[in-house]
Design a protein around this ligand. Structure first.
Ligand code: UD1
Length: 352
């Protein structure tokens, strides 16, 4: 089949496209080639194993006159949690309107849609409590511990980014009645090809820049925050499965995408340092909290397992090592760019 991948020239899209082509499919990308992500847009186009149509998913005109395709994977999105807190309109336009347009396109053409949402819809997510049972969104009292989020859990986004992802999912409601729709909620996706120039997202890219410059790794807070790091190849395998195994129209499916393993940022720093081919210079703790940042995230994979979707194969340590080894010789933004992004948040009163 021929698959249209919005945001196809980006990190996840390039991996997915190669995976689909290896499986015998054809791919086509619709991508803005945004400067914040694509420092060399021509190289991104050249790397994509199919035609790249330059267009903005939020523009109605980008969706007219597209060639015939058999399925859509909607990846195009604005992804910086911190940046979303002040670029509200831009995030809303791309992540909500763009998703609604992707859904309308799939419904018009009568073809399946796989749309990437985010675990950000859960916000602080599920907490188990000795006294109150289960709490969502925020710990109810001091006796809670974070638990892995399940697909049926309520949405409690704490960032504009998370809100736009939640609204984007809602915009697909009517589409799911007409054509097969799978919504995937990835955790923190890492791997070779991850943006190294975009200081608004991606703690691991920040760590790489610091390691290369022989600087200590900066942790915002104690480093006890947790994330679930998923290797991009594992995400590509899940999306490929979702395309090959569409749900019934009228029964839209939501699936988590994660490793199912909770990793503290301190552990992440250790894995990154272990993968670096130079001595490292420790850790600096910055007493700062970015508005919109959550403390804990981890995916519950019970449903993924139950529907027979592929489970992640990469361990977190190996995924981090793979990213560091593949990215070490690539040019990226200097470590100071991440300080700059933090400064932008500080100036706007979005840190505490
Ligand atoms: C990330 C994704 C987002 C995805 C979401 C799902 C990126 C770029 N963003 O957001 O698209 O939907 O996960 O969970 O991958 N931090 C430091 N030091 C630094 C930089 C960051 O301690 O130098 C901390 C942050 O405060 C935060 C954590 O690292 O606690 C992760 O931040 P970040 O990588 O920007 O991603 P998320 O906000 O988790």
């Amino acid at each position: 089949m021929t698959v249209l991948i919005t945001g196809g020239a980006g990190f996840i899209g390039q991996h997915l496209a190669r995976r689909l082509v290896a499986d015998g499919h054809s791919v086509l990308a619709l991508d803005t080639l945004l400067g914040q992500v694509h420092v060399d847009p021509q190289a991104s186009v050249a790397a994509f194993p199919g035609p790249v149509i330059v267009g903005d998913v939020a523009d109605a005109s980008a969706w007219t006159d597209l060639p015939q395709v058999n399925a859509v994977v909607h990846l195009a999105a604005e992804t910086g949690t911190g940046q979303s807190m002040y670029e509200v309109e831009r995030y809303h336009r791309v992540n909500v309107e763009g998703t609604a347009r992707a859904g309308a396109f799939a419904a018009d053409r009568g073809i399946p849609l796989v749309a990437l949402s985010s675990r950000a819809v859960y916000g602080e997510g599920r907490h188990g409590c000795l006294i109150h049972g289960v709490a969502f969104g925020a710990p109810c009292c001091a006796h809670t511990a974070p638990e892995a989020s399940r697909e049926a859990d309520p949405h409690h986004p704490v960032s504009v980014y998370g809100e736009t992802k939640s609204e984007g999912e809602a915009a697909l409601g009517p589409v799911g009645a007409a054509v097969p729709v799978t919504i995937i909620r990835p955790q923190n996706v890492i791997g070779p090809g991850q943006a190294l120039h975009n200081p608004y997202t991606g703690v691991l890219a920040a760590f790489l820049a610091m390691l290369k410059e022989g600087k200590p790794l900066t942790l915002y807070g104690a480093g006890t925050q947790t994330r679930d790091f998923l290797h991009v190849e594992d995400l590509a395998a899940l999306i490929a499965w979702a395309l090959a195994t569409p749900p019934q129209p009228g029964r839209p499916r939501v699936l988590n995408a994660g490793s199912g393993v909770r990793t503290t940022l301190l552990e992440l720093a250790r894995y990154a340092a272990a993968g670096a081919p130079v001595p490292t210079y420790g850790i600096t703790h910055l007493d700062i909290h970015r508005a919109g940042d959550i403390d804990h995230a981890c995916a519950d994979l019970t449903l993924v397992r139950a529907v027979g979707a592929p489970l992640p194969r990469w361990t977190t340590a190996d995924a981090v090592a793979d990213f560091v080894a593949a990215s070490w010789d690539k040019t990226g933004a200097p470590a100071s760019a991440w300080d700059g992004a933090l400064g932008e948040l500080r100036e706007r009163g979005l840190t505490s």
